[in-house]
Write a new protein. Structure first.
Length: 484
């Protein structure tokens, strides 16, 4: 069927875009209940909106939020009868994605394509499974559009950027990545196709008002932290313009009733002039919205923090990772413990809550550095912390360091699901997996078992019922950690 009125593409194709069902147990390594929250799958939401703009008929299924079994997903897909099914997968979701794709191939005639963070950094995994006909490495919009065109014309796939496919002999082939999108040309994420937008919210303690919706204003991160792979968007940062961002904020408020927004950029304050324009626009438009964001300490200063507060910012999540400056240099954080403390205290004085992201088990970690990090966290005016286990994901500098064997034991053959930042696939020399779990447990207990933290949680959560749910779930994390 042709769509001659749309200059972007000639052929209408039915496409299913799916985020597989991933339980909190699979995501976090233990059943932590509602504390873990659930984010909307922005990746496939952008793809859905873009492919609809190109004239295609798209169904978007978030099996995770709807708690759909494979059979439920397949039933929905069969009713829609697509020619192509795309599944997005993190490492934690890879096994589920492969299983779902295999069942789809068994029961219906459909081409399957894998995308998302895992395959973008682990392209070798494409050749290990026959569940997927194709995979896309990196940013997905242009490759998916061109793949659909090739499927319709029957032409060779060697010109589709970032595509993994199989030649006539069944050998896996990987095409080089190509051009990236001019971001303002991408339509807003397809939130209309989500079954219930109110099902999505950050973890307890990371929002104050509902509905709380997430959005992203950039792609890529310029920093060189050794534990990040930047497999999808890379280290070159591209921005949605401040005009685009302000239009999307207005849309979230007027169309979806958002009372709070969580900006999920790796570091929202990047691009100083653009960021200042966004803040100015929020203030001038008098958006009645609260918001939170993630930020690198290097992108914050005592000039920008008051503007953020005035524009509605109530919480900033900062990647702190360690309290030891030698460790910070090793992992290339680009900020010292002194600089981090200065920013955290400045934000706190303005009435902005500060959340800290920490990791245990970095290269060079010792019992002394673990204790130093714990004490550093207790010295800061933080309201929340997340403490994960340093994990050498493929594509990161940490992965190469771990493979060398110089820094400790690395189970590089562990199944993909264990690379979740909650399992010790890497153990620094002189430490043990049990020791990392114990350090994580001690860190969390000593941080949260303080009256000042309970007070700060009450100020944010505003409900004893939700607070107790938060503390109960936190204790599950603390006491469920154990080695196999």
């Amino acid at each position: 069927m042709h769509n001659a009125s749309n200059p972007l593409i000639n052929t209408l194709m039915k496409i299913a875009l799916i985020y597989p069902n991933v339980s909190v147990l699979e995501r976090y390594g233990t059943d932590i209940g509602e504390i873990g929250g659930r984010q909307s799958p922005l990746g496939i939401m952008y793809l859905s909106a873009f492919m609809k703009k190109c004239g295609h008929d798209v169904i978007l299924i978030d099996a995770s939020s709807e708690n759909l079994e494979d059979e439920d997903v397949i039933r929905k897909i069969k009713l829609f009868s697509p020619s192509l099914a795309g599944i997005s997968a993190t490492s934690a979701a890879l096994r589920n994605s492969q299983r779902l794709a295999a069942k789809m191939k068994e029961t219906m005639d459909v081409k399957t394509v894998l995308g998302g963070p895992h395959i973008s950094s682990n392209s070798d995994d494409f050749g290990k499974s026959q569940s997927f006909d194709f995979a896309i490495s990196g940013e997905g919009e242009i490759p998916l559009k061109k793949l659909v065109e090739k499927l319709d014309s029957g032409k060779c796939f060697d010109k589709v950027p970032g595509l993994l496919w199989r030649d006539a002999d069944g050998n896996a082939v990987q095409n080089p990545r190509g051009e990236t999108m001019e971001l303002d040309s991408v339509p807003f994420p397809d939130r209309e196709s989500l079954k219930d937008i109110r099902k999505y919210r950050p973890p307890i303690g990371s929002y104050m008002r509902e509905p709380v919706l997430s959005m992203i204003t950039s792609r890529g991160c310029p920093y060189e932290c050794i534990f990040c792979d930047n497999g999808v968007f890379g280290r070159k940062v591209r921005f949605f313009s401040h005009e685009y961002v302000l239009r999307e904020i207005e849309c979230l408020i007027s169309k979806f009733g958002a009372r709070e927004i969580m900006f999920v950029d790796d570091t929202f304050p990047l691009g100083k002039k653009r960021f200042e324009n966004i803040l100015a626009g929020m203030i001038e438009n008098k958006f009645k919205i609260k918001w939170s964001c993630m930020a690198n300490a290097n992108d914050l200063d005592e000039k920008i923090l008051p503007l953020m507060k005035e524009a509605g910012c109530w919480q900033i999540a900062i990647g702190i990772e360690s309290g030891d400056d030698n460790i910070l240099r090793t992992i290339k954080k680009k900020a010292s413990s002194f600089e981090i403390a200065k920013i955290a205290n400045s934000a706190h004085k303005l009435g902005i809550f500060v959340k800290g992201f920490f990791m245990v088990g970095h290269p060079g970690e010792t019992t002394k550095t673990l204790e130093k990090t714990r004490r550093f966290a207790l010295s800061l005016p933080l309201s929340d912390v997340t403490c994960t286990i340093a994990t050498p994901v493929k594509g990161s500098q940490f992965y190469k360091m771990a493979l060398s064997g110089e820094y400790g034991y690395f189970d590089s053959k562990a199944e993909a699901a264990k690379f979740s930042y909650w399992e010790p696939v890497f153990v620094p020399a002189g430490l043990s997996a049990d020791g990392l779990f114990s350090a994580q447990r001690k860190f969390l207990i000593s941080f949260y078992a303080r009256p000042v933290i309970i007070f700060r949680q009450l100020k944010k959560i505003k409900s004893l019922k939700v607070l107790f749910r938060f503390l109960r779930s936190a204790l599950k994390i603390v006491f469920a950690r154990k080695t196999e």
